[in-house]
Design a binder for this molecule. Structure first.
Ligand code: MLC
Ligand code: AMP
Length: 505
């Protein structure tokens, strides 16, 4: 077992002179912190909608309070699960904050999901209500619940209820679904305290100030866009401009306008900015951040050559939000993900697995005792499933994963879920899914199929696309005579990857 720097040492390195221990969960809950920020600067333009209009802090406070009141008046109760699904917009953010202020547990859903993906989340979360932009998805949710629940759109809602803002630090706020070793999704149950601690830690470490403006083109249904981009902004009392989707020309133009100070992206976004040679337009920003997937050192250097800084690379997970970060004041070491953020303790098990503990780490998954037993050690540390090494400064380098996970363009894809979808095609006798190295996506979802008869690749891909959202659909299918197995009969994925790359892996 080896331990990174002691938590006191890493706090002092990230946030010199700050009494971090007191700061991390100050104000108790997310709305508690946000209300303090809103009251400090009511006229502050805080949230920029996708059409360019700004919403001030006091407007945000009033609209989200009214939204929360109406949910409670309509019969929803604190602790109820509540689905939220829509494209990125201020209306989506207002609904989200409103639900948190009502004490509901919000389960965000990717609006690109297919019906079976939505149905699996509904079955697991058993929501009491939902706000859903698309009529089609609303219909899927109604059909999957099998009982009457309140499903409405993303329009403004108005009500008054004295129970608004009753949530405390230990109360659950978010149910963020990740997949797992089975195709069945697993909900990471994050409390207000978990989310507040993580947003505060990155705020301190990255010197997030009220004057900062973040350009946010990450989706709001995952930890990066939601737990870091949106929560970080609101906790720091800063400003954020929402983009409905990531478009390199749009991002470059807006960064070049001088209106923004920060941009957060997954490595694929930086690659996309490089292809049309637009990285130089990020040069005026105070802070570029990269995460969710490994940032290749060569790409980091090229970004630095054009944009004037190596993106600050950090490492996190749905279950913990942020864990480590390179130091804001440097040196930013390409290839490493830095030292533990304030509050986070990190150790490496004898097999190299990264294990963590801290106020940001979930207490467990929603109704999954067996997953909880597997994911925590007997002495209470969370097992990340990532493999790491520590250098002499306590800085972490991720060297692999013990979990079967593919990260494609920053989105997680669990092979098992894709295998189950393809395996339902009658011509498929056996299938294994692996991630092959790719310039464009980091890792590319690839299916190896033993077929029981002739079947075109296109047909299998269409079959998968009816069951899975686009990023999970394999980029290609390789037909093989048989799948390589070890002595225990387990399929050796690494061998398939090696064969597909002509032995270069
Ligand atoms: C889109 N496609 C993908 C893909 N994204 N395929 C594989 N992997 C992906 N990540 C598909 C599209 O559906 C489309 O399919 C085709 O590729 C081309 O689409 P595109 O328009 O070029 O892609 P785009 O829609 O612009 O998406 C690219 C992207 C997006 C990089 C903007 O993938 C993205 O937003 N990634 C970020 C994900 C994220 O937020 N991760 C954080 C998780 S939290 P077709 O079939 O229609 O042609 C986490 C914790 C942490 O990991 O540490 O942060
Ligand atoms: P998710 O479950 O979507 O939250 O994804 C979490 C996983 O993303 C982690 O367990 C890591 O494997 C990976 N990840 C996040 N940040 C980084 C990073 N900077 N470098 C490498 N992998 C990362």
């Amino acid at each position: 077992m080896s331990v990174s720097r002691s938590d006191a040492e890493s706090w002092a390195a990230h946030a010199p002179g700050v009494d971090v221990r007191a700061e991390l969960v100050r104000d108790g809950s997310l709305p508690g912190r946000w209300r303090r920020r809103w009251s400090e600067r009511p006229a502050w333009p805080q949230l920029r909608d996708v059409d360019g209009t700004w919403i001030t802090s006091e407007e945000l406070e009033a609209r989200t309070r009214a939204y929360a009141g109406s949910l409670l008046q309509a019969g929803l109760a604190p602790g109820d699960r509540w689905l939220l699904c829509g494209s990125t917009s201020a209306a989506l953010v207002i609904a989200y904050i409103g639900a948190l202020r009502a004490g509901l547990i919000v389960a965000p859903v990717n609006p690109a999901y297919t019906e079976p993906e939505v149905a699996r989340i509904v079955a697991d979360a058993r929501p009491a209500g939902a706000a859903i932009e698309s009529m089609e998805i609303a219909g899927w949710v109604r059909a999957a619940t099998g009982r009457e629940i309140q499903v409405h759109g993303l329009e403004a809602r108005v009500g008054i209820d004295e129970r608004v803002d009753g949530a405390r630090g230990e109360d659950p706020a978010l149910l963020l679904y990740t997949s797992g070793t089975t195709g069945r999704p697993k909900g990471a149950l994050l409390t207000h305290g978990n989310l507040l601690a993580s947003a505060t830690a990155v705020g301190l470490a990255w010197r997030w100030e009220t004057g900062d403006r973040l350009l946010l083109a990450l989706p709001l249904f995952h930890a990066h866009g939601l737990g870091v981009g949106l929560h970080g902004t609101l906790c720091a009392g800063a400003a954020v401009a929402l983009r409905e989707r990531f478009d390199p020309a749009d991002v470059a133009e807006r960064c070049a306008s001088g209106e923004y100070s920060m941009f957060f992206g997954v490595p694929t976004m930086y690659t996309r900015l490089e292809e049309p040679r637009r990285l130089g337009e990020l040069a005026g920003l105070r802070l570029l951040v990269s995460g969710s997937a490994p940032l290749p050192a060569a790409l980091a250097e090229r970004i630095a050559a054009h944009a004037g800084q190596i993106p600050l690379e950090r490492y996190g997970m749905t279950e913990t939000i942020m864990l480590t970060s390179n130091l804001y004041d440097g040196p930013r070491k390409p290839g490493t993900v830095g030292i533990p953020l304030p509050g986070v303790e990190l150790r490496l098990a004898d097999d190299g697995e990264v294990q963590v503990r801290g106020p940001n780490v979930i207490a467990g998954y929603w109704e999954r005792p067996e997953a909880n037993a597997e994911s925590f050690t007997d002495d209470g540390w969370f097992r990340t499933g990532d493999l790491g090494e520590l250098d002499e400064d306590g800085s972490l380098t991720l060297v692999g994963r013990s979990k079967e996970l593919i990260i494609s363009g920053g989105f997680n894809v669990y092979p098992r879920e894709v295998e189950e979808a393809i395996g339902t095609h009658p011509a498929v006798r056996e299938v294994t899914v692996v991630g092959l190295r790719s310039e464009r996506w980091g890792e590319e979802v690839t299916a190896f199929v033993v077929s029981g008869g002739p079947v075109p690749e296109r047909e299998l891909l269409d079959h998968a696309a009816q069951r899975l959202t686009a990023y999970k659909v394999p980029k290609r299918v390789e037909f093989v005579e048989s799948l390589p197995r070890n002595a225990l009969g387990k399929i050796v994925r690494a061998e398939l990857a090696r064969r597909a790359s002509g032995g270069r892996e």
